[in-house]
Design a protein. Sequence first.
Lengths: 114, 125
Amino acid sequence: MSRQASGLKAWVVQRVTALYLAVFFVYLLVHFLVAPPADYAAWRDWVAQPLVSLGLLVTVPVLLAHAWVGLRDVLMDYVKPLGLRVGLLSAAAFVFLAAGLWALRAILLVGLQG
Amino acid sequence: MSAKRPVFLDLWRIKLPATGIVSILHRVSGLLMIAAVPVAAALLALSLAGPEGFAAVAALLEHWLAKVALVVLAWSLAHHLFAGIRHLFLDIGIGLDRPVARTSARAAITVAVAAVLIGGGVILL
Ligand code: HEM
């Protein structure tokens, strides 16, 4: 198991990321309930706002770190064979990496157009 | 650890208290959201790619299967959020007494379901 994500450190990472996610998701939920984007232009302009872009960009690694520690905790409980556990975690890491980079690329492309 | 520990897994006779239910649902909801991560990333990218992509995502989300998935995910997020906040309070030592912990557990479960019903109502009406 990697030293960066072991024991107490992972526990703290899980709490700090949870706080960020709680605040940002409540903001997202309220925004989508109150003013769902009507069309592409409205959606793009909202994402392109500096603070929204920044919030989304920060969310990607924060969410993936949180989900990663969470998945690791769950797999440690239910998947005992070490090879299988490492295999599953590695597969998840690749999926997370791909999904995260893809999302970052999309946010940046829109954000940079201004 | 000794190999012979007592195991009690009679599912019909196990009675999980509200605190146990909120906890297992927190885990289930987290896993459900993990399953949605790659799909969410793909939909985000597609919806931001241009008007056609936005229209494609909007059409996709109209499908009844997508709506079922959205309701499940909305519940997952709501439950995980309320149970998560409850968890953070327990971590700093607030609400540990059993009656309080049971009440807050029931509250988290109920408020999450209520939030999904109200949110769904606002969207549909
Ligand atoms: C919305 C804000 C969120 C809050 C407040 C939150 C809170 C928490 C907390 C406090 C824990 C630690 C529980 C423990 O140690 O037993 C946790 C675990 C976890 N979280 Fe989150 N979380 C949030 C979002 C997410 C998201 C978006 C995902 C998935 C993409 C996720 C997936 C998980 C998983 C899989 C676990 C491990 C569950 C377990 O060990 O039983 N969380 N969350």
